[in-house]
Write a protein of this length. Structure first.
Length: 134
């Protein structure tokens, strides 16, 4: 292989830029020849037909993997709140439920009649809105 001085100096500059070491001209020529020979041995060009064949093979392998997967085995079980809290490492504070779920937040009174409770709750809500405006 015949090397020109231009190729050797360019290789020296690239080598110094990459590795920070300046090589003598004889060693640069030797390293250059070794690198070119290595590339010739390792690099094998691929034609368009070979590339298309390779892509088809990869696509067929992926399709086979998807077809072989057993989707029937996948089951999704509903989780209770307690089980979800356990998985997430949370604690749930359980409170006692009263007879009526419509108790007033201000006076905690549970009314005997539904209509009186609604009136009481409306009164307290109005009072809260008025106090927030002030």
């Amino acid at each position: 292989m015949h090397l020109s001085d231009e190729k050797i100096t360019k290789f020296q500059a690239l080598y110094k830029q990459r590795f920070g070491v300046e090589l003598p001209k004889e060693e640069s020529a030797e390293q250059y020849v070794k690198l070119v020979r290595l590339v010739q041995l390792v690099y094998k060009p691929v034609t368009k037909e070979q590339h298309a064949l390779l892509m088809d093979q990869r696509a067929a392998e992926q399709a086979k993997k998807l077809n072989d997967y057993d989707y029937e085995r996948i089951t999704i079980e509903p989780l209770s709140i307690d089980k979800l809290a356990e998985i997430l490492g949370l604690t749930i504070k359980k409170t006692k439920r009263t007879k009526s779920s419509r108790s007033c937040a201000n006076c905690r009174r549970i009314p005997k009649a539904h209509s009186s409770m609604s009136a009481t709750m409306r009164r307290h809500q109005r009072a809260r809105v008025i106090s927030q405006r002030r």
